[in-house]
Design a protein around this ligand. Structure first.
Ligand SMILES: *Cc1c(COP(=O)(O)O)cnc(C)c1O
Length: 347
């Protein structure tokens, strides 16, 4: 037996197939070194987990959550998925594609959350893809409680005789977060087979399911791989409370011991003016990752996440000997809706 197989036997594993689940993802997604970007920045050894390659309709992190959410929808005999997001939501695009894959309808509420976007913002990028999947779309002004709106629409559809299943924004509840608890296990198994260990995992955090799922997964598997969430939207304190809340619920679902709030790490230094508005540092991160690694990030999430990684390296946060894993959560379809912002501001 080779070392990797021996080591993987040593790790207690969670059987995620005990939860209702449908296969939507290419997994495991690769972990690759980022040699040129690492040399440019002169910091720790950089690696990237390619969850932009989950495979469904240009990929992204929501597909892992949807394996469990759609599994639950089918187990409840739903005939329709209902969800909500910002206009350029990657989550809505992946939900619309997942619905097509399993033969469900999809209805989505799109919040006009981002101010002052150009005319094609509501036509191109993810919205265009939503339409290819024949999702039915309703727009909303910004500032509403969008999950409450979504639940009200779900009830309206139920009253009309549909069998809707409501998925909260970003797929971020304990069911969806199982997708990232399962990803935590996948990363630990890859560490064994690649014979590498990571000192930090860095990622963009928004609706919290990705970070909460990862933290819950590592904790349930009793592995301490610290996760640094780079906020794309909220101040640090609010994001920490929100991530912790969902981490606890996910641990309950996993029947694992709970976790103190001190284990939730968030940096809010890369939000810029707000959700969906790329900062200078976002544009720099997109440019450097494209030019040094040939990898596309996005202007709303992974560009801010990478800006966080770059900023932390420049601050000397990591040791030169550290191995740091960046989770690429996808989103490049939204680049097309931001062409003007990216091409005019880019150095
Ligand atoms: C939704 C999303 C995130 C954030 O994940 P959450 O689970 O909502 O925190 C990060 N990157 C991309 C590309 C996304 O679409």
């Amino acid at each position: 037996m080779d070392l990797a197989a021996q080591a993987s036997l040593d790790m207690t594993q969670i059987d995620f197939d005990r939860y209702a689940r449908v296969a939507l993802c290419h997994q495991p997604t690769p972990i690759e070194p980022m040699v040129r970007l690492g040399e440019l920045l002169g910091g720790p050894n950089l690696f990237i987990k390619r969850d932009d390659c989950t495979g469904l309709a240009t990929g992204g992190n929501k597909t892992r959550k949807l394996e469990f959410l759609v599994g639950e929808a089918l187990s409840q005999n739903a005939d329709m998925l209902v969800t909500q997001g910002a206009v350029q939501s990657n989550h809505v695009r992946q939900t619309a594609a997942a619905a097509c894959r399993v033969g469900l309808k999809c209805h989505a509420l799109l919040e006009r959350r981002v101010p002052h976007r150009g005319g094609d913002y509501e036509q191109t990028g993810n919205v265009f893809l939503d339409r290819i999947f024949r999702a039915t779309l309703e727009f909303r002004p910004s500032g509403l409680d969008m999950n409450a709106e979504g639940e009200a629409v779900t009830e309206r559809l139920r009253a009309k005789g549909h069998r809707p299943y409501f998925i909260p924004g970003g797929g971020s509840n304990a069911t969806g977060a199982l997708g990232y608890a399962s990803c935590a296990q996948e990363i630990l198994l890859q560490c064994k087979s690649l014979e590498v260990s990571f000192q930090w995992l860095v990622m963009a955090t928004g609706s919290t399911g990705t970070q909460a799922g990862l933290v819950a997964g590592f904790h349930a598997l009793t592995r301490n791989l610290p996760v640094m969430g780079i906020s794309v939207r909220q101040p640090r304190k609010r994001q920490v409370v929100a991530v912790h809340d969902l981490t606890r619920k996910t641990l309950e679902k996993l029947k694992a011991p709970t976790i103190p709030v001190s284990k939730i790490v968030v940096d809010d230094g890369y939000v810029g003016e707000g959700y969906g508005i790329p900062a200078e540092s976002t544009l720099e991160a997109i440019a450097l990752t494209a030019q040094y690694e040939g990898i596309l990030l996005d202007p709303v999430y992974s560009g801010k996440g990478m800006a966080g990684l770059i900023g932390l390296i420049r601050q000397g946060f990591f040791k030169p000997s550290d191995n740091v894993l960046f989770l690429h959560t996808g989103g490049s379809s939204a680049l097309f809706a931001y062409e003007n912002a990216i091409m005019t501001d880019q150095a």
